[in-house]
Design a protein. Structure first.
Length: 142
């Protein structure tokens, strides 16, 4: 991943300042040009996330309710890198595990119930706002 971020920053003529986060899909870095660069470990997550950002940009959607959505600035397919604007919380930061224009797989009722309970615990009184944002994303095919 270090080699990838160095290659991308050299191609763009930007400097990577610090790591903002790391997860199962990859790592996010802050740049000197007030952007965030996400490097993906897997092609599928890169394609999903890029497709979601492109879809939202096509529709001019950069906010859903209280959630800011980073704007796609650049991307590099062979390096699996997406560069986006930096936004302030609350924001929708990650579309790597989303489905674009397809229904997610069916899960057993107990798995769905467990996920609902987890989300209710995680989001507390904001659960309904999160569900509204998910419904809006579904209108965009995400």
């Amino acid at each position: 991943m270090e080699e990838t971020i160095q290659s991308y920053s050299a191609l763009r003529g930007i400097k990577i300042e610090n790591r903002l986060g790391h997860g199962t899909d990859g790592s996010v870095f802050q740049t000197n040009v007030l952007s965030a660069v996400k490097v993906f470990q897997r092609e599928r997550q890169f394609r999903n996330e890029l497709g979601c950002y492109q879809r939202l940009a096509e529709t001019g959607c950069f906010r859903i309710s209280i959630f800011a959505i980073p704007e796609l600035q650049y991307y590099h397919e062979s390096l699996r890198v997406i560069e986006m604007s930096v936004v302030r919380p609350p924001y929708l930061p990650d579309f790597g595990k989303c489905y674009l224009d397809v229904q997610p797989p069916d899960f057993p009722a107990d798995v769905i119930q467990h996920e609902i309970e987890r989300q209710m615990e995680d989001f507390g009184e904001d659960y309904s706002i999160v569900q509204m944002a998910i419904a809006k994303l579904q209108e965009f095919g995400i």
